[in-house]
Write a protein that binds this ligand. Structure first.
Ligand code: TEU
Ligand code: CA
Length: 560
């Protein structure tokens, strides 16, 4: 019990506010909409809500481009609405964590406007500016060959006409990277953390926090993706030379003075020692990270994200087991998630989402997540088994800048090649971030009850809302007949039996089986065996060996 912490046991629910609930009829979700649903979340078993960015933002990347860290975007409400939301969470013994996006700002942030105003601006050095390179034909080229993460056909460097230099903008040109080498930048970030902690926030989800330290020589990346001028540069900007120094500084100066939950988003990095440096019990950096193993399972290694990579239960077991061991053998901690606003819906990705199988698939994923160690993150809509957008939607329904850039790239590279464009549409339907960003389906009424019947949702509602919605599932509180009720029960049992599910030991059973995921979890006085069939076939499995199963606990097929 000396290792027990509230943030290990907490169930965190991620809210993507634009698509959660619209209360003023402008078709865009808002902060009062979150407050209105707190009782719903409490009843589900949620302890902490993580709200994706609601700060002032031009929304070039849905709020991950922040123009003012200490104010709320009017489209979401006011600072007073947020204070009220925090007050209402506390009333219900819940907590709220904010999304901290400080690898970059919006290009409309005052700091950047100042920085780009002239080479002698006092804020010039708050961002990463470099002179142009010139090729042998005398054409202007960016300082290196890094690709834009959300638009891989383009450079991660953006040319500024006025001051005749490039600035680094890893995600989109509207998201210039801050220069963390400058101590004033770091202090300004510390102030942002204090601002929100002093207003009652209980911690942060830290956006791409492992990208804040870059290799200062900014070398060219190795060319690994064919037919592309610009290449993934993560080797030089993920977990860079000063990352741990910067994280320890945040801890020393700010976090150590509060009782917080901190989770750092950490793409690209797999090295276990490197992860432990961040999340080890003695590290004084972060409580946990989002490791990408599970959500990268269908990505082609060394490629951009859209190509489809086949996988089976063995791959899943390798990911799961590696991350479980990190917590149990090495005294680190980790998070548990299969969905967020950057990923397709899990029921579509890992299981069969047809009408016949969707509910079974959603319950299978619930069983896996509620029985593994780690702080559990449930993404809005996951608790009712929402699925990807239908294949019938045209590319114009996709609103995410990444999807738009991806489709544009195909149109430019392969104009009028219907086969290639059909392929682009197909992989978007499988992997685009839009899949998780459609409005939450609350009811079977117009617009799924997300907004008023007479208004227009900012993004199209999934066609399946009459069958898949919260109201229908709440009306049927039997776990045999409702994904929601199944989740609610799973979360409840996870709390009651936390010694097994949160803190217990873990061992894979039958790791080489290619269709089922099987493991044991146990504490001093209880043990469970999970047998999860990830294939579309009936599997007969007799590998139970010496184990004696006393009680059938829960299954995705009807139990009665
Ligand atoms: O995501 C960063 C990230 O590395 C990925 O999850 C990325 O979005 C994905 O590979 C693209 O397909 C974070 C945010 O979660 C994301 O929404 C933002 O766009 C990004 O940072 C920039 O702030
Ligand atoms: Ca609204």
């Amino acid at each position: 019990t000396d290792k027990h912490r509230w943030w290990k046991e907490a169930v965190v629910y991620q809210i993507y506010p634009a698509s959660f609930l619209d209360t003023n009829g402008d078709g865009w979700g808002d902060v009062p909409g979150i407050t209105q649903k707190l009782d719903y979340l409490k009843d589900l078993g949620v302890d902490v809500i993580w709200v994706s960015p609601i700060y002032k933002s031009p929304q070039a990347d849905m709020g991950y481009d922040i123009a003012d860290y200490e104010d709320i975007d009017p489209s979401y409400g006011t600072l007073a609405d947020v204070h009220n939301l925090i007050k209402e969470t506390k009333k219900r013994d819940m907590k709220l964590i904010m999304d901290l996006v400080v690898n970059h700002t919006s290009d409309q942030h005052d700091w950047f406007l100042d920085s780009r105003s002239s080479k002698s601006s006092p804020k010039r050095d708050w961002y990463i500016w470099k002179p142009a390179n010139y090729d042998s034909d005398g054409n202007r080229q960016p300082p290196n060959n890094w690709a834009l993460i959300l638009g891989e056909a383009n450079s991660a460097w953006t040319w500024d006409e006025k001051t005749q230099e490039y600035y680094l903008s890893l995600f989109t040109p509207e998201q210039p990277d801050l220069n963390w080498e400058n101590p004033d930048v770091r202090e300004a970030v510390h102030d942002i953390l204090r601002f929100w902690l002093d207003r009652g926030a209980s911690g942060f989800r830290m956006d791409v926090i492992n990208l804040i330290s870059k290799v200062q020589s900014f070398p060219d990346a190795e060319a690994i993706v064919p037919d592309h001028k610009y290449q993934p540069g993560d080797k030089f900007f993920a977990n860079g030379p000063r990352l741990h120094e910067f994280l320890k500084e945040i801890h020393r100066k700010v976090l150590s003075k509060y009782d917080t939950l901190t989770v750092g988003e950490m793409p690209f990095v797999r090295d276990e020692d490197e992860i432990m440096r961040v999340v080890g019990a003695e590290s004084e950096e972060l409580n946990m990270i989002f490791a990408f193993d599970l959500v990268d399972i269908d990505n082609v290694p060394g490629d951009f994200k859209f190509p489809l990579h086949p996988w089976d239960a063995r791959d899943l077991k390798r990911c799961v087991s590696r991350l479980q061991r990190l917590m149990l053998d090495r005294d680190g901690w980790n998070s548990l998630f299969v969905e967020n606003h950057d990923q397709p819906r899990s029921v579509s990705r890992y299981t069969n989402d047809s009408d016949e199988w969707r509910e079974y698939g959603a319950k299978l994923l619930c069983l896996m997540q509620t029985t593994l160690a780690g702080t559990l993150y449930v993404y809005q809509g996951e608790e009712i088994g929402m699925r990807n957008v239908p294949p019938s939607w045209g590319s114009e329904e996709y609103k995410d800048i990444e999807s738009i850039n991806f489709f544009k790239k195909y149109q430019t590279m392969y104009p009028n090649d219907e086969e290639k464009l059909a392929y682009a549409r197909k992989v978007m339907q499988r992997k685009a971030r839009d899949n998780a960003r459609t409005p939450i389906q609350w009811t079977s009424d117009a617009h799924a009850g997300f907004t008023s019947p007479t208004s227009n949702p900012w993004m199209r509602v999934n066609d399946d809302y009459k069958e898949v919605n919260v109201a229908t599932q709440l009306a049927n509180p039997d776990p045999d007949h409702s994904v929601h009720a199944f989740w609610k029960r799973g979360l409840k049992h996870r709390k009651i039996h936390k010694n097994v599910f949160v803190y217990g030991d873990f061992e894979l059973v039958d790791p080489e089986h290619d269709k089922i995921v099987t493991y044991k979890r146990w504490s001093k006085d209880e043990a469970i065996l999970a047998v999860l069939n990830f294939s579309g076939e009936t599997v007969e499995w007799t590998g139970i060996g010496e184990l004696k199963v006393k009680k059938w606990w829960a299954g995705n097929y009807a139990e009665k």
